[in-house]
Write a protein that binds this ligand. Structure first.
Ligand SMILES: NC(=O)c1ccc[n+]([C@@H]2O[C@H](COP(=O)([O-])OP(=O)(O)OC[C@H]3O[C@@H](n4cnc5c(N)ncnc54)[C@H](O)[C@@H]3O)[C@@H](O)[C@H]2O)c1
Length: 349
């Protein structure tokens, strides 16, 4: 079995979650890190005992010849970051969410993937939390609560910050099918801080129609209905799944429950960011080497992530056009920019 050499691009707070699980990974070795900020780079490489320290990405790729690259930057230059990796012969790029912001970026990434064959995996690591990875919740949806007809999904983050995670889990729960149509409305935009890169309406409410007539109410809004007792905006992610014979309620941080006809009490399962994030990230990363070694395709492979991005972009197209639209979306960058201008000027999408 090969041992894969990895490079982390971007040494910000999120990169720590990627680096700290390396000692537990098999056949994967973190050999280099790269950041424009020398102080950050120095602190990061010292903390994790990383041999190669670079401020220039292309030099790092050339000199270290990594097999795997982690792209842990803000979503500003994803296509260039992927192109550089592919040109340097990298076998797999783990890209932090959001994989793209503009419609054309997804087109560019698909081209890189098709032309180079480089595997691209998007870091929506919750797929590797056991209740999702091992299909516990999906099994209940398929076997215990009758026909699923409505899902309410909620997150208190915008469409590019928490939207990718919420859409990713929703798609996994529904068996990675694509939605057929969407009707959405949106208003407001906040481009301060990290949202200068995670550009999306501050408030989006979308209704999706999935195969089988399943309706999804997708509330991705800083004012979305949250879960009790949570303070951090990203802890509020939850799903309320209604079937003809029962119901499943999934929170990110306080467990999940289901109750079906004839059950006196709900059944409770574990779901906790605090206890599951680290192992989830580790298993997510290990699955990359396993896939390169000919094992199971990664749960967050490019096609899956593209379905998630395209579904979110469909909501933007609907907000732009002010009507229900069939999917796949056809939103252009020019329309995206026009929608943004409208959001800035205070017109609702
Ligand atoms: N999956 C998750 O649960 C999760 C959680 C938090 C954040 N994120 C995502 O992780 C990403 C990074 O977040 P962060 O908070 O660590 O960002 P950050 O801005 O704090 O860090 C990014 C780092 O990348 C460096 N960088 C950017 N371009 C570079 C280049 N060309 N060459 C070298 N270095 C470069 C910057 O100098 C910076 O230090 C974001 O996309 C965010 O959405 C994901």
């Amino acid at each position: 079995m090969s041992s894969y050499r990895s490079l982390i691009l971007g040494c910000g707070p999120r990169a720590r979650a990627h680096a700290e699980v390396y000692p537990e990974l098999e056949r994967m070795e973190l050999v280099a890190a790269c950041d424009l900020d020398e102080e950050r780079l120095e602190e990061f490489t010292t903390t994790y005992g990383i041999e190669g320290a670079y401020t220039d990405y292309e030099t790092a790729l050339r000199e270290m010849e990594p097999d795997i690259v982690h792209v842990v930057t803000q979503p500003a230059r994803r296509v260039w970051e992927a192109e550089c990796a592919a040109s340097a012969g990298v076998q797999a790029a783990i890209i932090e969410k959001p994989i793209a912001v503009l419609p054309s970026e997804m087109v560019g990434l698909a081209l890189v993937r098709d032309e180079s064959g480089m595997k691209m995996i998007v870091n929506c690591q919750r797929r590797y939390f056991p209740q999702f990875r091992d299909g516990h919740i999906r099994r209940v949806m398929l076997e215990e609560i009758g026909e699923v007809y409505l899902i309410r999904a909620g997150a208190k983050g915008n469409l590019m910050s928490m939207g990718p995670h919420m859409m990713d889990l929703l798609l996994q729960l529904l068996g990675d099918v694509a939605p057929e149509s969407v009707w959405a409305m949106a208003y407001g935009i906040d481009e301060t801080g990290y949202k200068a890169y995670h550009r999306a309406p501050e408030h989006t409410f979308a209704e999706y129609w999935f195969p089988g007539g399943i309706r999804v109410l997708f509330d991705c809004d800083t004012e979305a209905l949250g879960t009790p007792d949570e303070e951090n905006f990203w802890m509020h992610l939850h799903f309320d799944i209604l079937g003809t014979k029962g119901r499943v309620y999934v929170t990110q941080n306080a467990g999940w429950w289901y109750q079906a006809e004839g059950m006196a009490e709900p059944v409770h399962g574990e779901s906790s960011w605090d206890t599951q994030q680290r192992d989830g990230q580790r298993d997510f990363q290990q699955a990359v080497a396993d896939w390169l070694d000919g094992g199971e395709p990664h749960l967050n492979r490019f096609d899956v992530a593209k379905n998630g991005f395209d579904s979110l972009t469909g909501a933007l197209q609907s907000a732009y056009e002010g009507r229900r639209v069939d999917l796949p979306h056809s939103l252009t960058d020019a329309q995206w920019h026009e929608l943004r201008e409208r959001l800035i000027s205070g017109d609702a999408g």
